[in-house]
Write a protein that binds this ligand. Structure first.
Ligand SMILES: [Zn+2]
Length: 190
């Protein structure tokens, strides 16, 4: 079993301007999430990754901060397909949807991705309706998992981020803010 640890290093991003010096970072970053599966023996291989705010800021505008996510990936290589299992764990700071209080949140979830090796991947990807199936060319040697890591970590957050999970206006919500929101609601109704 092959074990690899790739750590996303935001320090590399602190290369001073001018802009052209930014390029090596982008390239190094891209490669950090590529798996050269062609060199792997059939069977299960494990990889682990760590991503933080920098990783998410590059791909979008995250509504969280101080994110630290660990991704355990097990890749089962077969002759015509690979089964990828992503196990996401970690934490991040978010704000309560109801009152805006800062919340430290644990994130956890698991996702599977079936990567099939085919002759016509573009056509197959267009036709495929299952979001957990992805096609790549038989002649391909690498698979880039960066976008999956991005999506899966975002999906690991609960849809509703609230101070108290059980009761509305629970003990931890910011009462002052809730009062103000109530007043605003009354005003708009009038
Ligand atoms: Zn709250």
């Amino acid at each position: 079993m092959l074990k690899k640890t790739l750590i996303f290093n935001p320090k590399i991003a602190n290369i001073p301007l001018p802009l052209p010096s930014f390029k090596p970072y982008v390239m190094a970053n891209k490669r950090a999430f590529e798996i050269a599966f062609v060199g792997l023996k059939p069977g299960i291989h494990e990889f682990s990754y760590v991503v933080d705010d920098k990783f998410f800021a590059e791909k979008g505008e995250p509504d969280f901060a101080n994110c630290h996510a660990n991704i355990k990936l097990s890749l089962d290589k077969k002759s015509s397909f690979m089964l990828l299992k992503f196990e996401i764990g970690g934490k991040a700071d978010v704000t309560c949807d109801r009152c805006g209080n800062p919340l430290a949140m644990d994130i956890w979830d698991e996702f599977n991705m079936l990567v099939k090796l085919v002759e016509n991947p573009d056509e197959m990807n267009q036709q495929e309706e299952d979001p957990d199936v992805y096609y790549i060319s038989r002649t391909e040697s690498h698979v880039d998992i960066g976008n999956w890591i991005y999506e899966f970590v975002l999906l690991s957050f609960p849809l509703q981020k609230m101070c108290s999970e059980k009761e509305i206006g629970g003990p931890q919500c910011n009462k002052e803010v809730l009062e103000k929101l109530k007043l605003m609601e009354v005003k708009t109704k009038k």
